[in-house]
Design a protein around this ligand. Sequence first.
Ligand SMILES: CC(C)(COP(=O)(O)OP(=O)(O)OC[C@H]1O[C@@H](n2cnc3c(N)ncnc32)[C@H](O)[C@@H]1OP(=O)(O)O)[C@@H](O)C(=O)NCCC(=O)NCCS
Length: 176
Amino acid sequence: MTALGSPSLEPDPAHPGLRFRRPEERDHARVVGVIPAWWALPGTANLGLLLPRLFLQHFADTSTVVEDGDGDLAAFLVGFRSASRPGVAYIHFVGVRPDLRATGLARTLYERFFAAMRASGCHRVGAITGPGNAASQRFHRAMGFESSGDTEIEGVLAWRDYDGPGEHRVVFARPL
Ligand SMILES: CC(C)(COP(=O)(O)OP(=O)(O)OC[C@H]1O[C@@H](n2cnc3c(N)ncnc32)[C@H](O)[C@@H]1OP(=O)(O)O)[C@@H](O)C(=O)NCCC(=O)NCCS
């Protein structure tokens, strides 16, 4: 952590008022703090537990936070290159503040991540979501991902007990 804070990344012409930068460990509390309101789905009150501090300690170089002109959190993406499958990248979390949605911000975060992962030699990217998160499923399909699963759960194909008993997941993948 530096006294000056993390330097800005390349700005995005489509989002002129927003600042892109790498997360720092001290961003953890506010990133986790927005998750219940930004996800706003039944059963997601403790979703922040899936984003422990270690992600901002060890995956900051491949993750991004976005702030508005007041320094308030506008969006974030937490992703990384697989340690065990070096050709594969993974997006663990993405969130966009509700008032900034449908402006292409998540697309911008994904495309920047894709470009960086391609440059580091990755040829595939994955992500997962819950069967009840229809918006995330539509977003991932719009971003070129294909989904897989073994059972129809809540009307969608998902892998039963993927992350433990009752923790079903829709698995997404696409080439880079
Ligand atoms: C899912 C989420 C990240 C999308 O963010 P966003 O900034 O609104 O998405 P974008 O504006 O960049 O949209 C990108 C594409 O996805 C599509 N899309 C995004 N959300 C969609 C939705 N709810 N329904 C249908 N399509 C959607 C857009 O139409 C767009 O397609 P196009 O570029 O072909 O026109 C945002 O709704 C969010 O933060 N949701 C809560 C957190 C969450 O569920 N995260 C994902 C699981 S980790």
